[in-house]
Design a protein around this ligand. Structure first.
Ligand SMILES: Cc1cc2nc3c(=O)[nH]c(=O)nc-3n(C[C@H](O)[C@H](O)[C@H](O)COP(=O)(O)OP(=O)(O)OC[C@H]3O[C@@H](n4cnc5c(N)ncnc54)[C@H](O)[C@@H]3O)c2cc1C
Length: 416
């Protein structure tokens, strides 16, 4: 069932009679074809495994974010054709003034459809549009022979290796489903009016959101203007309109979602979770694309080891869970800061923000921030990077973990 390498389905999401039954067994089933799912599938290219990717929409059909990412991640993965605009400064607006930071690395906005198509170009998996309902009950063969069965609106598909890259709903987990607004979720909403700007801007201003921030991410000929609230009870629609109008634009093309801000388990009940389904979005910034790619690559490498017979499924699960868990403390720290910032009175926050504008501090903090999911982890950037990479996957992972260990020591030393 391998699709032709490099082919990209051009059909729109299948409807009506086109939704033929879909069932049977695969080697790997990846549920969700956005950043995390595509990163996993891409790492499995050339492994010889029968990999099926499913999503309720066609690949790249539904943009899920403002699509901002450190440029180096695009470069490493050969995705530069999707880049729309690049920034080397960040402008931060507070009620008391505006600060402009020169960044030690650049940030880019990209075209969602094109980026997904480029990721898919490097996969040799097959793809089907199907809505995932959840795991099939054990009585219906849900866990026979170590295989996991997944129910979709087109039938039940089973595989020994199943990935949930379905976003915050974490549909393949058992019983720990999140229900907004009680769950640890942020909410984000944005609009995409036509326009141009040179500035990557954010607003920390209670006029727009009591806990969270507003943004304007230019993408060549459109502005992606939005509000993210760390408090899921705060409705962001009115203030998204307010910020858009303050910028002299008309709100249009609303696009929003819940954003997990607490890391969750990386494996559960034999299923692998990655991206938003594992809470891999960074709590303070709500940046979840590079982390979805980063953990997606890590998971893909482990699954590749399993399909190539270098390790068992259980060993792959243990290795991925270990990698995931080794990052947990960073997410916890960012969540603490996320909760702290809204409590700081604006008159205190402004001098702090100005102090933090010192070049040495900006360089130090942004470099540490990038290292949470460093672009070097993508290795050579070739699909199945582990196979092409001279150091091999183990070394790559060791390097990343060493770097994390050094940072942990640093933070602990600073606290002492
Ligand atoms: C308004 C907004 C702006 C954002 N801006 C940025 C930004 O600029 N930079 C950044 O790094 N992060 C940003 N984020 C966060 C980022 O969008 C997420 O962290 C990221 O998309 C996570 O990727 P993912 O692949 O895990 O999940 P998703 O991108 O959510 O993909 C999940 C996939 O699963 C599919 N799916 C879901 N349910 C089902 C089902 N039942 N059956 C079949 N398929 C299903 C969906 O169609 C989708 O393709 C933003 C979030 C929001 C809400």
């Amino acid at each position: 069932m391998m699709a032709e390498s490099g082919s990209m389905p051009v059909r729109a999401t299948k409807r009506g009679d086109e939704r033929t039954p879909l069932d049977g067994e695969r080697d790997v089933l990846v549920c969700g074809a956005s950043f995390a799912g595509l990163a996993v599938a891409r790492e499995l290219a050339g492994s010889g495994a029968d990999v099926l990717v499913v999503d309720r929409y066609e690949i790249g059909e539904r943009q899920t974010s403002a699509c901002g990412i450190p440029t180096e991640w695009l470069r490493r993965l050969g995705l530069m054709d999707a880049e729309r605009q690049r920034f080397d400064t960040l402008t931060m607006h507070l009620p008391h003034g505006t600060a402009r930071y020169r960044l030690p690395w650049t940030f880019s906005t990209f075209d969602y459809r094109q980026l997904c198509q480029l990721l898919w170009r490097d996969c040799d998996a097959s793809f089907e549009t199907a809505k995932v309902h959840g795991r099939a009950p054990a009585a219906a063969g849900g866990a026979a022979d170590g295989r996991i069965a997944v129910e979709t609106d087109r039938g039940t598909i089973s595989a020994p290796l199943v990935v949930d890259a379905l976003g915050w709903r974490r549909m393949l987990a058992s019983g720990d489903g999140y229900q907004p607004p009680e769950a640890p979720l942020s909410r984000g909403l944005e609009v995409h009016p036509a326009g141009e700007s040179e500035d990557l801007e954010i607003w920390i201003d209670r006029r727009y959101v009591p806990a969270g921030y507003g943004w304007s991410f230019p993408a060549r000929d459109e502005l992606r203007i939005g509000i993210g609230s760390f408090d899921p009870r705060f409705h962001v629609k009115d203030t998204t309109v307010l910020l858009t109008e303050d910028l002299g634009k008309e709100p249009n093309e609303y696009q929003g979602n819940w954003i997990p801000h607490r890391i969750r388990r990386g494996t559960e009940g034999g299923v692998f979770f990655v991206g938003d389904s594992a809470g891999h979005c960074l709590p303070l910034s709500a940046e979840g694309i590079r982390t979805a790619l980063y953990f997606g690559i890590a998971l893909g490498r482990e699954l590749r080891g399993a399909v190539e017979g270098r390790q068992t499924r259980e060993e792959a699960a243990a290795a991925y869970a270990g990698f995931h868990d080794s990052h947990e403390w960073k997410f916890r720290w960012m969540l603490r800061v996320q909760k702290l910032v809204p409590r700081v009175p604006p008159r205190v926050l402004w001098p702090l923000i100005r102090l933090m504008g010192a070049k040495r501090f900006v360089d130090w903090s942004f470099r540490h921030y990038l290292r949470i999911a460093p672009p070097e982890y993508a290795g050579t950037g070739l699909p199945g990077g582990s196979a092409h990479d001279q150091d091999g996957p183990g070394q790559q992972q060791d390097d990343a973990e060493d770097a994390l260990g050094r940072e942990r020591d640093l933070v602990q030393a600073e606290q002492a």
